[in-house]
Design a binder for this molecule. Structure first.
Ligand SMILES: [Mn+2]
Length: 434
């Protein structure tokens, strides 16, 4: 036991009228929405890295947080960090968490020593999980922080780094399997370039494709039944990252024969960095059949940085869940808060309140999305707008050729008549629910 969260009781659902800042006003895990418990829809996960490994630094200043598990380069403090993390899981009652290897274990002097540290912490997690309901949503390897990854992991010009990356991912997949994880994520922060002057892009993409095929082969070899997920992001830390957005990732997966093996972990902040809305990325992934999981953390719209803030905008969140629910909801995926406090938010209470607020915003968004689906207004508007394609004449157009269509149009038997897109009416409709 640590005393980091002393005096903070488990968070209870108190209803929308509650003024208690440490109570859920909307997130009621057992409340049934569209025939399913809210907890089972949202599948919340806490990110170990931002909540426990990040120390409050930014490009202009170092650590602002003081935690009982600092410094983080010792096995003893890794265990105190784990104790505090599971105490927070007990307080929030969210069903899942996520980690990178580097968040949970101190780096050793060699690969073997780092692995020994990692395996010891994974065993420590296993003990803690055996007496709780909390599960692992996904594990992942941090292949961007240490200087060895500065020129990439699987896309590194040095084949030795490719090998080191493969060995690292193997250990993280083994640990994910051991803890019963439901997905394995790859985010390639350095899988891209700083300048094309020193980069052979075609070769790097081929290496990344080969690497991901090795990951999928290993998944089947060890009997991991979870989902392999790639997380798109356009840039930062690299100037340009190959996994730019959902559409780019799908093209990559298809080129390397992985579109039926790998799905996407979409993040709201990364969508914003790519110049998209979150619902655009989700709708793209659902249209292409590769929606896997989401990271529900926003960026600041003014700064242009990847600020990883907790969600606080119900209409945005509602439209995201609308597209997720229309796709049938999550299977192995969930809602991960890849979100961190502001560096002035020093207290344990800030960490709890941030997650309480994020979970409540998502619950409100989910309820609004479900209400829109149950009302059916948007679906009815779509059916009406595309009704021409359900007629025999409309269907026939997709099975003919340019000459036939030319003759129909030239003879005057087809003459388009523009109709309103009704955008403002539909925006007003959404505002009834959010
Ligand atoms: Mn993320």
């Amino acid at each position: 036991m640590t005393d980091f969260f002393a005096n903070i009781a488990p968070i209870a659902f108190e209803g929308a009228d509650s003024t208690n800042p440490l109570a859920f006003r909307h997130y009621n895990p057992d409340e049934v929405v569209m025939g399913k418990r809210m907890e089972d829809h949202l599948r919340f996960a806490i990110a170990y890295w931002h909540s426990f490994a990040w120390e409050g630094g930014d490009p202009f200043g170092g650590q602002t947080f003081e935690r009982p598990w600092h410094p983080q380069d010792q096995m003893a403090t890794a265990k105190i960090k784990a104790d505090a993390a599971f105490e927070m899981f007990d307080i929030l009652g969210q069903p899942y968490f996520c980690w990178h290897d580097a968040d949970i274990r101190p780096e050793g002097d060699s690969f073997a020593e780092s692995l020994k540290n990692f395996e010891a912490v994974i065993d420590y997690f296993g003990e803690k999980m055996s007496s709780r309901d909390v599960k692992l949503l996904w594990g992942t390897a941090n292949m961007f922080s240490h200087r060895r990854w500065m020129s990439g992991a699987s896309t590194n010009p040095d084949p030795d780094v490719f090998a080191y990356s493969a060995a690292t991912v193997k250990t993280c997949m083994d640990a994910t399997l051991k803890l019963g994880g439901e997905n394995y994520v790859l985010w390639g922060g350095r899988e891209g370039y700083e300048t094309l002057l020193n980069t052979d892009m075609g070769r790097e993409l081929d290496h990344m494709g080969r690497f991901l095929n090795m990951v999928v082969d290993y998944k089947h070899k060890i009997g991991f039944t979870g989902t392999i997920l790639v997380e798109p992001k356009p840039q930062e830390p690299s100037k340009h990252q190959y996994d730019y957005d959902a559409a780019t990732c799908f093209g990559f997966l298809q080129k390397y024969g992985l579109e039926n093996e790998v799905k996407l972990n979409l993040e709201q902040g990364h969508a914003i960095l790519a110049g998209h809305s979150f619902e655009h990325e989700i709708a793209t992934a659902t249209a292409l059949g590769v929606l896997g999981s989401i990271d529900m953390n926003r960026n600041d719209y003014q700064s242009g940085w990847d600020t990883d803030q907790f969600p606080n905008n119900v209409p945005e969140v509602a439209l995201a869940y609308y597209h997720i629910l229309r796709d049938g909801g999550f299977s192995t995926g969930g809602t991960n808060f890849d979100a961190k406090l502001r560096r002035q938010s020093l207290d344990a209470e800030d960490l709890i309140a941030a997650h309480v607020g994020g979970m409540d915003i998502c619950a409100r968004g989910l309820k609004a999305a479900a209400a829109m689906i149950e009302d059916g207004g948007l679906d009815a508007a779509l059916s009406e707008r595309y009704a021409g394609w359900d007629t025999d004449a409309g269907k026939a157009m997709l099975n003919t050729d340019l000459d036939t269509l030319f003759n129909q149009v030239h003879s005057g038997s087809i003459a388009p008549a523009p109709k309103s897109g009704r955008q403002e009416i539909l925006e007003n409709y959404v505002n009834r629910f959010v």
